[in-house]
Design a protein around this ligand. Structure first.
Ligand SMILES: [Cu+2]
Length: 149
């Protein structure tokens, strides 16, 4: 896994680290709470990640990308009800207004982990990098918890 993705990851990660260092104040304005993934059945190929993203600063920000060293593919999604059918839509950007928070939860915004090599097992930690337009790269560790009934 490391060798397969490391060169692409480096290319994505290194430029993102520079603005983070230069804008430490902005980065600290973003608070991520309760990042969790629900455990999946053995053959599952996808899982949803949920969290609360709070912008405590005075500048609007936008979540523009998500990556993980632990999962082959990660995307930003939103579930929505289209004529009575639940559908998921890929999101290029999720706006986080100053002084507000956005909830990632079932049936709404979520982080989608795709092409899983192995199931999400209770107790696993999945390392994720959220990339914000202003704050830069914000590392988050998602914990796998039992699937609610
Ligand atoms: Cu999804």
């Amino acid at each position: 896994m490391m060798t397969r993705f490391s060169s692409r990851l480096m290319a994505l990660t290194l430029p993102a680290l520079l603005p983070l260092a230069a804008m430490a104040d902005d980065a600290s304005a973003l608070r991520i709470s309760d990042p969790v993934i629900y455990a999946t059945p053995p053959m599952a190929k996808a899982a949803g990640g949920y969290m609360l993203v709070e912008n405590t600063g005075e500048t609007d920000d936008t979540l523009v990308n998500v990556t993980s060293e632990d999962v082959p593919m990660v995307q930003l999604h939103r579930s929505m009800n289209v004529d009575g059918v639940m559908k998921m839509e890929h999101q290029d950007a999720i706006h986080i207004p100053a002084g507000e928070s956005v909830v990632f939860k079932r049936g709404d915004y979520h982080v989608m982990f795709i092409k899983l090599d192995s199931p999400m097992t209770e107790g696993d930690d999945i390392t994720v990098t959220l990339e914000f337009e202003n704050a830069g790269a914000v590392p988050v560790t998602f914990t796998v918890i039992p699937r609610p009934e």
